[in-house]
Every structure is written in C-alpha cells, then in structure tokens.
Design a protein around this ligand. Structure first.
Ligand SMILES: [Zn+2]
Length: 348
C-alpha cells in the first residue's frame, strides 16, 4: 500500500543508484556558487568512502542516531532515515547496501509551495536490519549510546563524527564567524556525546536551544581540527584561505591604527614646538641662536605635520640633530615661561 501525499517508488538497484547519482551531480554543477559552507562540507563528507566495515558501521550509526527513526506500520517495523540532502541520502543507501545487501527503499516527498526542498526517506525493514547487525550493536543504536568500537579505534571515531555531522551538523561561513555544531534531540545522549568528544582534541560546549541540545565549537582552530578529523580537506583549505585573508586584514588595520597614533603624537609635539619658537621670536631670542637652530625652527614652522625624520631629510642633517635642537628651543621657552610665572608671583 502506498503512503498518502508522497510519491513512493522502489527502483531496481542499478537504476536507483544512477538516479541518485544524476540528481546529485546536477545539483552540484548548478548550485556550487550558491552553496553555503554547511552544504559544501556536507557534500564533501558524503563523498568520503570509509574502507573498513567497522568504519562504515560507525558512520551509519552517526546518521541513524541523528536523523533516523524506528517506525511501526502495517508493513511491520522499519528503520527510516530522513534528509533534505541528496548526497546524504545516497550515502545512507550505499552504507546499507555495502554493509549487508539490505534492500532499502527510497521515498522522495514532492516539493510543495511552502516547502521548497525535497525530503528523502530511506527505509529498511527492521527484520533486515537486525539480521545484519549483531544484537549488541542494534541496542547501542536504539539506546543512543556511543558505539564502543568508535571509542576504541581512531578511524571509527572519525567515521562516527562524520556520520553525526552528516545527520545534524552545520558550520557557519568562516567569512562571518567560526562556529560548528551538532544538534541532538535527547539531553542524555548529548551529554554522553560530550563525554565522548572530550576524549578527542576537541572541547565542545553544550547549550539547550528550542528543545534541542546543541554541541558546539566556536574557534577557528577547533573548527579546522574537526574538518581535518572527518576528512573535509577541501573545505578545510577554503577555511584556511579565509583565515589568512582575515588575519591580513587585521594586521593592516593594526598598522593603520598605529600610524594614526604616530601622526597624533607628531602633531601634539609640533604644536608645543611652534609655540616655543613663537615665544623665542617674540622675545628676539631666536636670532641670537646659532644658524643651524634657526633653520630647524623655520622648517618646523613650515612643515607643521612633519616627523623628525622628514625635517632631517629636508635639512640634510641627522634625526638626532633635529631632536636636540628642537628640545633646546623648547627648554629655552620653558625657562622664559617659568621666569614669567615667577615675576607674576613676586608682583602679587
Ligand atoms: Zn574504523
């Protein structure tokens, strides 16, 4: 019996795979520039092919535990994986097939006006499933616990993480911010996963959001480590490129700010020096100074925002000579000001 409101078809295996293949490759060509970073990572991970059977199990575990459900219908109990991503759907079908020649059925929900995307459902009968999976593994999946072999073997751990990410992971565009997360429905399972992840190099945080538990990392190094672990090498390169450009921009900004600060310092000093020169001129003292001092004073007044280096260049003398002469002028002006204050006090 066909379910309502959905188009359901079971294709012969070969046709089934090529149908998915076509669908997927067409999507990649058309939308590659519009893909967000999450989709890009997910599409890349869907193409990673684990070789060992235990790694395949681990990956399928991750998928089932995040987007799988156990359904009871008139046709008997079945295990179903739901996803909007064609590449993920293909991956699930491939894993079921490779792990035990299980007959899986693909159901594609029609697009509606409200819901632009298609929904893929991959269904395997519970009977088939328990025939292939040993009892211990079977209960691990349904109880939502981390499979023991994923804790013991590095390759399986990575595959398990890949499966979890393919199921319910997302990562922000690194141009905006560094943030990667995996959403989990059950609190107990989220806590269990955090414990498991604490055993890796990654320190995930957990936060509750809209009845879900979100495991997240939010610094560039952790996101890069995760992408490396799960085998998203091309996405990692993209992230690294953006990280380099961002760092360069920051450095340039720092340099510009630093220059601004220097200009401000130069001008503050210049104001004081010009006041001092004016005072000495007023008192007829500038012309009593050596010619070399008078020249520095003139150039300073003519080049209000010039640094010592610039003044030194104009006069073809050393920077320390400029500094020494201007300091001398300032000291003389300071002395005049001090004497004037003293005279005023005496008069009072
Ligand atoms: Zn493995």
């Amino acid at each position: 019996m066909k379910p309502n409101k959905i188009s359901s078809y079971s294709l012969p295996r070969a046709g089934f795979f090529s149908a998915l293949e076509n669908l997927n490759s067409r999507k990649d060509v058309v939308e590659i520039s519009e893909l967000n970073f999450s989709q890009r990572v997910r599409n890349e991970l869907a193409r990673v092919k684990p070789t060992h059977p235990s790694c395949k199990w681990a990956e399928l575990f991750g998928l089932i535990q995040t987007i799988g459900t156990l359904n009871i219908s008139t046709r008997g109990p079945s295990l179903e994986i739901k996803t909007e991503n064609a590449a993920v759907a293909r991956k699930a079908v491939t894993l079921f097939k490779e792990l035990g020649q299980m007959d899986s059925e693909l159901i594609v929900e029609k697009e509606t006006k409200l819901k632009k995307r298609k929904l893929y459902r991959i269904r395997v009968s519970a009977e088939d499933f328990s025939r292939i999976f040993p009892e211990s593994i079977h209960s691990n999946i349904l109880d939502k616990d981390v499979p023991t072999f994923a804790e013991d073997q590095e390759c399986c751990r990575r595959s398990y993480l890949r499966g979890l990410f393919l199921g319910s992971g997302s990562v922000q565009n690194p141009e905006k911010t560094y943030h990667l997360e995996i959403r989990i429905a059950e609190k107990r399972f989220a806590e269990r996963l955090k414990e498991f992840l604490d055993g890796t190099d990654l320190k995930f945080g957990v936060v509750e959001r809209r009845n879900e538990f979100v495991l997240y990392i939010k610094d560039s190094d952790s996101v890069a480590t995760f992408l490396t672990m799960v085998g998203a090498h091309s996405s990692l390169l993209h992230l690294e490129n953006i990280r380099i450009i961002k760092d360069m921009k920051n450095n340039i900004n720092r340099m510009v700010n630093c220059e601004d600060a220097n200009i401000e310092k130069t001008i503050t000093a210049s104001v004081k020096q010009v006041q001092a020169i004016d005072l000495l001129e007023e008192r007829g003292m500038l012309k009593t100074l050596p010619k070399s001092f008078q020249e520095v004073a003139r150039v300073r007044k003519e080049n209000f925002d010039a640094s010592y280096t610039k003044i030194a260049e104009i006069l073809e003398i050393s920077k320390s000579a400029v500094s020494y002469r201007l300091k001398k002028i300032e000291d003389m002006a300071e002395k005049i000001a001090k004497d004037r204050r003293k005279d005023q006090e005496d008069e009072e």
